[in-house]
Design a protein around this ligand. Structure first.
Ligand code: 5AD
Ligand code: FES
Length: 361
């Protein structure tokens, strides 16, 4: 474990946190637009130095695709009548969780559409508690915006981390994409989670229609200011059954910028847990996640959703692993990581930042 004090503890003060060379606006812009190979090499070296060669596996269980929201880009938005809706029962989720240890997946990520109803919130609390009681997995929840009280209840039940992307730092673009929520509300959720002592993951889409280079620069600076534990980013891919059908990624002329974003995040915020997200493989078939791991990323999130419902959780088309059998990603992922000369991280792989926080509190 890193000693407390090596890394300055979060101030959440933009002025202070942006004070070094790579972290200011011009520095970030220069990294994103400069030569790519030196950037990737620098990010890979820094990843090795700060995080080591272990790749931590966080198995995703997409336990429900029922969603009350209508985010314009998302394939499971409530207006998409073509989706066959499902919700797995707790026993089926637990059956997966019990197999995860054998697969080397130290964390279960419980992901679903957003349903902020009392019954659903209670079920999630019970599910977290049961997983913690019956396994030694860490529990991450990724189920959308909630009140501080609900997050507190989930924390008390045993939730270690929560993932909630801010999607874009541009309030107008955020409003255009999210009829049900504002950027300010989303950021309030992230702050509440941090105050509750939960490890916080967030992140953003790369290439939403209407995004510019300045949006990407601001997204990266916002990551830095929020002092997150983990950041998941991934290319926007138009889903045919959404209002953004057929819209190209804003970086279609420069898709490699997606990797430049990963590498820049590593340089700007070196102790971040940075997953090589699934959308990288959809955008760069067969190679995206491996390349992300070689350009700054240190986490992989295999799909552990039961095979019978995987095809019903399509946030975007060409999602990889959808036709694989139960548990197939587990073997595949191990081979991929070894072929990169890396190894599987053992245990939960908590964020070094959270360990430093705990050591001094
Ligand atoms: N393309 C890429 N990523 C998407 N997500 C949702 N829809 C899409 C899409 N069309 C991402 C969002 C969300 C995460 C779970 O999936 O960033 O936070
Ligand atoms: Fe899922 Fe390869 S990572 S099958």
């Amino acid at each position: 474990m890193r000693e407390a004090g090596v890394r300055p503890i979060a101030t959440n003060s933009p002025a202070e946190s942006r004070a070094d060379a790579v972290g200011d606006r011009d520095g970030v812009r220069a990294l994103l637009t400069g030569p790519r190979e030196p950037l990737f090499a620098r990010a890979d070296a820094l990843r090795r130095e700060r995080m080591g060669d272990a790749v931590y596996l966080r198995g995703i269980v997409e336990f429900s695709n029922i969603c009350a929201n209508d985010c314009l880009y998302c394939g499971i938005r409530r207006s998409n009548r073509a989706v066959r809706r499902y919700r797995l029962d707790d026993d089926e989720i637990l059956a997966v969780a019990h197999r995860m240890k054998g697969w080397g997946h130290g964390t279960v990520v419980l992901q679903s559409g957003e349903v902020d109803a009392r019954r659903e919130n209670d079920r999630i609390a019970r599910l977290i508690a049961r997983i913690r009681r019956e396994t030694d997995l860490s529990v991450t929840v990724s189920a959308g915006n909630r009140s501080r009280e609900v997050y507190a209840r989930w924390r008390d039940a045993g939730m270690d981390r929560h993932l909630l992307r801010f999607e874009t730092s541009d309030p107008a673009l955020f409003a255009a994409m999210h009829p049900d929520c504002s950027l300010a509300e989303r950021l309030d959720c992230l702050r509440a989670l941090r105050e509750l002592g939960v490890q916080v993951g967030s992140g953003f889409l790369i290439g939403l229609p209407g995004e510019t280079l300045e949006t990407l620069v601001e997204n990266i600076l916002l990551v830095r200011d929020l002092d997150l534990d983990m950041v998941g980013v991934g290319p926007f891919i138009a889903h045919p059954d959404t209002p953004l059908a057929g819209r190209p990624n804003a970086w279609a002329h420069d898709p490699e910028i997606c990797f430049a974003v990963i590498a820049t995040l590593r340089l700007v915020d070196p102790d971040l847990r940075l997953p090589a997200t699934t959308a990288f493989d959809a955008f760069f078939p067969g190679v995206g996640r491996d390349l992300a791991l070689r350009r700054g990323a240190d986490v992989f999130m295999p799909n552990d959703t039961p095979a019978r419902v995987r095809g019903d959780y399509l946030l975007y088309p060409n999602k990889p692993c959808v036709d694989e059998g139960d548990g197939a990603c587990a073997g595949c992922v191990t081979a991929r990581i070894w072929s990169l000369g890396r190894m599987i991280g053992e245990g939960p792989g908590h964020s070094p930042k959270s360990l430093a926080h705990a050591a001094i509190s």
